[in-house]
Design a protein around this ligand. Structure first.
Ligand SMILES: [Zn+2]
Length: 375
């Protein structure tokens, strides 16, 4: 498929798999019916944009978003994920400026900024998560953002944390934001760069692409940073203060490395199961990586005995899509020694320490998230 941005046909496929459309735990009746879907991702050698060549249709997207919960920082799940964008906002935004967080979910970033003394906070969120923001100092609009959501030249800053990769037409959304921005306005975007292979992630960004995109639109890039939480880009509408951006990031090379790394992560996972053959392997986490890996494992190691654990209460009692594996709590494991544990989360230390406090000793663990992301 040719590049949807620049039209180049010089493209490279870096990811090709088949897994459930739902990458989160769902009720049993949904889990057993969840269809598997191929996912094929390409990267354009011309502009550096990565894109999903197998995007779900609208009905499937609606189904995915119906129960979509990515992280719940307010419950302490994934709260470190927002640290870098909050620090970047504090660097580029004055506390009294009008800030709009698009796709603000339950408002974790906005509430944090309020605690930091920010006074003009606004959010846009289409899902019911918006109802969790019952804060008289934060103005939340329930719906999708468009050029009409705010008056022309009325906004100082737009922020988007792990949202920009979900839009079917992010390029139009960016232009709509520019219309709403004041002349000295800024756009701060964090995206999962070439990671997070969810069916609903439609685009994969690189510094190379952001630079070209900004240039095409006549806006400036103030900063680009590749954090463990994702790729951060700060755009300014005006080009009056050109910044010299240095980055060392080749999207095609990155995509090739990704392809190799993921293959190796799954090989190591299989080796871990071989090492603990005949034992129950405890699997910590029921998020997207778990769903992908467990679908893969079911094909390769159908005899494996797996017990999925998640400390997120809302996931307990649900099932891993495409399997009949329930998600349980760690409560009845207190005082136990676990021989084999797969940790499918970036919060490896938090999980090991948390378990220690509950009297759960982990003898051998496999940090699949670290192998998967290379971080
Ligand atoms: Zn391109």
């Amino acid at each position: 498929m040719k590049c949807p941005y620049c039209g180049s046909e010089d493209v490279f496929t870096f990811y090709e798999m088949v897994y459930p459309v739902h990458l989160y735990a769902v009720p049993k009746e949904v889990a057993v019916k969840t269809p598997l879907m191929p996912i094929v991702l390409d990267v354009c050698k011309g502009c550096g944009l990565g894109y999903n060549t197998t995007p779900p249709d609208n009905d499937t997207l609606e189904e995915i978003y119906k129960n979509y919960v990515y992280i719940k920082p307010s419950q302490g799940i994934g709260s470190t994920k927002n640290i870098n964008i909050i620090n970047t906002i504090k660097k580029y935004v004055k506390p009294d400026e009008r800030l709009v967080d698009i796709g603000c979910s339950e408002g974790f970033i906005l509430k944090n900024l309020k605690n930091e003394g920010f006074t003009n906070l606004n959010g846009v969120e289409p899902s019911a998560m918006a109802d969790n923001i019952k804060d008289s100092d934060i103005n939340v609009i329930r719906g999708f953002f468009s050029a009409d959501t705010f008056p022309e030249k009325s906004v100082d800053v737009f922020t988007l944390s792990h949202v920009f990769e979900h839009f079917p037409d992010p390029f139009q959304i960016f232009k709509d934001m520019l219309k709403c921005l004041k002349d000295d306005g800024r756009i701060i975007i964090e995206v999962p760069d070439f990671e997070g292979y969810h069916h609903q992630h439609l685009f994969y960004y690189s510094p190379e692409f952001f630079m070209r995109f900004a240039d095409d639109l006549g806006v400036a890039v103030r900063e680009i940073a590749d954090y463990s939480t994702g790729l951060m880009a700060v755009f300014t509408k005006s080009k009056t203060e050109p910044a010299e951006i240095k980055y060392n990031y080749d999207p095609v090379k990155k995509a090739q490395e990704t392809e190799k790394r993921l293959k190796s992560a799954f090989e190591k996972l299989c080796a871990f199961f071989d090492k603990h053959k005949g034992k129950t392997v405890y699997w910590w986490g029921s998020g997207s990586l778990s769903i992908m890996a467990l679908a893969y494992l079911k094909e390769l190691k159908p005899e494996a005995s797996v017990q999925v654990i998640d400390n997120d209460l809302s996931r307990q009692g649900n099932f891993i899509p495409g399997t009949d594996l329930p998600v349980a709590s760690s409560e009845n494991l207190a005082g136990k020694n676990l021989d084999a544990v797969v940790i499918a989360s970036s919060f490896v230390k938090e999980i090991i320490d948390g378990n220690k406090k509950k009297g759960i000793v982990i003898n051998d663990f496999f940090p699949i998230y670290d192998y998967w992301t290379g971080k």
